[in-house]
Design a protein around this ligand. Structure first.
Ligand SMILES: NC(=O)c1ccc[n+]([C@@H]2O[C@H](COP(=O)([O-])OP(=O)(O)OC[C@H]3O[C@@H](n4cnc5c(N)ncnc54)[C@H](OP(=O)(O)O)[C@@H]3O)[C@@H](O)[C@H]2O)c1
Length: 256
């Protein structure tokens, strides 16, 4: 079913999950619009995708520069609006080894990327896809979006925001030819995941995550969350009384 996508935009294509998604979708007849900041890594991913037969247009861009982001979208959409767009770029920070807390400077950078850039991109493409009556938007949230983790307050808040926004615009765009999927991964091996404190049960490789995401996206699933045991546990944290969830997180060594 994912064969219907011919023009695919992926942000964070230089990262573990974004790169795996780019390689997963790369095949003849497809154009991939790949964004990253690391030039060497961007070229390496683009080359792998070209070897798999895809046409690749890559863009080095800091997504926190909203004007540059919107100008890039204007440029790529002047040829044709992507029929699939995956907002995958993101960053994480934490309260530090002594739990001293997050720095405001880092929090601002995180909010600018995880929320502002994700919403700016999604809103822009949603309107273009809606005008065309066709498209699929994918927002990468996290299981941390169900219930705030004490070691990553801003990250958890940003992923909850992305989850809520994706769910809301799915309703707005329903019946207009535009699908929206919110992805909530657990731990997936990547530099970001490696730097995060705390245990990392049920760690997946990015290729496996990409396969599961692509399968759900092809069916326009509202939510793709994995792996099952961690997803179930995190979902419960959101449903249980907050005081009990806090205690469970402390028992499990996630602080709080
Ligand atoms: N890995 C996990 O366990 C996990 C779990 C849940 C959710 N997620 C989410 O999955 C997504 C991908 O994460 P990942 O694990 O693949 O992380 P990653 O390997 O660290 O990749 C992060 C990506 O974001 C890009 N990026 C960072 N700051 C940027 C900025 N200011 N402007 C433009 N691009 C920027 C990076 O680009 P450059 O490297 O080129 O700078 C890179 O492509 C993120 O949204 C993350 O929150 C990950």
């Amino acid at each position: 079913m994912s064969n219907r996508f011919t023009r695919i935009l992926i942000t964070g294509a230089t990262g573990a999950i974004g790169g795996a998604l780019a390689c997963h979708y790369a095949r003849p007849g497809r154009t991939l619009l790949l964004q990253g900041r690391n030039a060497e890594q961007l070229e390496a991913v683009a080359q792998r995708c070209r070897e798999a037969g895809a046409e690749v247009l890559s863009e080095r861009l800091d997504l926190c520069d909203t004007e540059a982001l919107l100008a890039w979208l204007e440029r790529v959409c002047s040829d044709a609006v992507p029929d699939l767009a995956i907002a995958c770029a993101g960053m994480n920070i934490n309260t530090g080894p002594q739990q001293a807390g997050e720095s405001w400077r880092e929090m601002e950078a995180l909010l600018a990327l995880n929320i502002r850039a994700t919403l700016a991109l999604t809103n822009d493409l949603a309107q273009r896809m809606r005008a065309r009556g066709q498209g699929q938007l994918v927002l990468i949230s996290s299981l941390a979006g169900y219930y705030g983790l004490p070691v990553t307050p801003s990250y958890s808040a940003s992923k909850a925001a992305v989850k809520a926004y994706g769910e809301a615009i799915r309703g707005w765009l329903a019946g207009q030819g535009v699908g929206v999927t919110v992805v909530m991964p657990g731990y997936v091996a990547s530099p970001m995941c490696h730097e995060m404190p705390g245990p990392k049960p049920f760690l997946w490789q990015p290729e496996r995550a990409a396969r599961v995401i692509a399968r759900g996206v092809a069916r326009n699933r509202a939510r793709i969350s994995f792996p099952f045991p961690l997803n179930f546990g995190c979902w419960w944290l959101a449903v249980l009384p907050a005081a009990l969830s806090q205690r469970i997180l402390r028992w499990l060594d996630y602080g709080g």
